[in-house]
Ligand binder design. Structure first.
Ligand code: SF4
Ligand code: SF4
Length: 283
């Protein structure tokens, strides 16, 4: 259960810096966050994805030595120094122990459960200065990464719309072909392996480790959006064979689901809603 928080709610939000929450956590990653972490490590994005992420590049791998409660440390955690990539840490780390939810223009912050999450690993947090939610969030400098996540939600929506266009505006839906239905089912009911299989390695790279060139941080996500749009037009627009259209629609759908997973959304629920919309699942 989520406990939604008013900006002026005062909580024990001064971190003890014990690093307990850098163990065994589920840290979602957008492509822009992956690229930042790769730069902080002096690695290419694809090398970082291979070495330090899971779920096709949408989760930070917990592959360090076991620590708190025997849980594996984050791959970016150093037992002596703490987070090795602090200035480049992802939004999920900046927010913790809070989470963020956005619906339309409405943005809400919450923590999971009735009990304040830090009390599990760091009960001494109660003896440190308490902060308002607004002050805590200001100190975490989250504005640009919130914008990144919201932009990727829009990009995912655009990719999904592209999948619908390929199926419903091309005559494929009325053709009686079951190929696209099977592919969509595989994407919507599968996990990262199924998404990557539907994407193929080139689209997987375009989605998670795009070659953007040298642009400023602010321009990175818009440049990624333009790259995906131009590649979709170039590679998919001329397809006419039903099997090609079916595969291409599943590729776009898988790209959308992978990006949703990267922003920490409930990608399975959204994919199921898309299947319902496509008339594939009733109720
Ligand atoms: S659990 Fe809370 S207090 Fe402890 S290290 Fe993590 S954020 Fe800081
Ligand atoms: S990226 Fe840094 S702050 Fe986030 S879980 Fe890993 S070590 Fe902790």
């Amino acid at each position: 259960m989520r406990r939604y928080l008013a900006p002026d709610a005062v909580l024990p939000l001064t971190c003890t810096r014990s690093g307990t929450c850098c163990h065994g956590k589920d840290i979602s990653l957008t492509p822009a966050e992956l690229a930042r972490l790769a730069r902080a490590n002096g690695m290419s994005a694809s090398a970082f994805r291979a070495a330090h992420t899971s779920a096709g590049g949408t989760r930070l791998r917990m592959s360090g030595p076991p620590g708190w409660r025997g849980l594996a440390a984050c791959s970016q955690y150093d037992a002596q120094r703490g987070c090795r990539v602090h200035p480049a840490r992802p939004l999920a780390c900046r927010l913790y122990p809070l989470g963020r939810e956005r619906s339309g223009e409405r943005e809400r912050f919450f923590h999971e459960g009735e009990r304040f999450p830090c009390l599990d690993g760091c009960p001494e947090v109660t003896s440190l200065p308490r902060l308002s939610v607004a002050d805590y969030l200001r100190g975490q400098e989250i504005a640009d990464l919130c914008q990144v996540r919201d932009s990727y939600l829009e990009i995912a929506q655009d990719l999904a719309e592209g999948a619908f266009v390929l199926v419903f505006d091309s005559g494929l839906a009325e053709s009686g072909s079951g190929d696209w239905r099977q592919r969509w089912q595989a994407v919507a009911t599968g996990g990262p392996e199924a998404w990557i299989a539907a994407l193929g390695s080139e689209w997987h790279d375009l989605i998670t480790v795009p070659d953007i060139g040298s642009v400023s941080e602010d321009a990175w996500v818009p440049a990624h959006a333009r790259l995906l749009q131009s590649q979709a037009q170039e590679r998919l627009a001329s397809l006419t064979e039903q099997s090609q259209l079916a595969a291409a629609s599943a590729t776009l759908l898988a790209g959308a689901v992978l990006l949703l997973h990267g922003v920490g959304a409930d990608s399975a629920a959204v994919a199921r809603a898309w299947l319902v919309k496509a008339g594939e699942v009733r109720g």
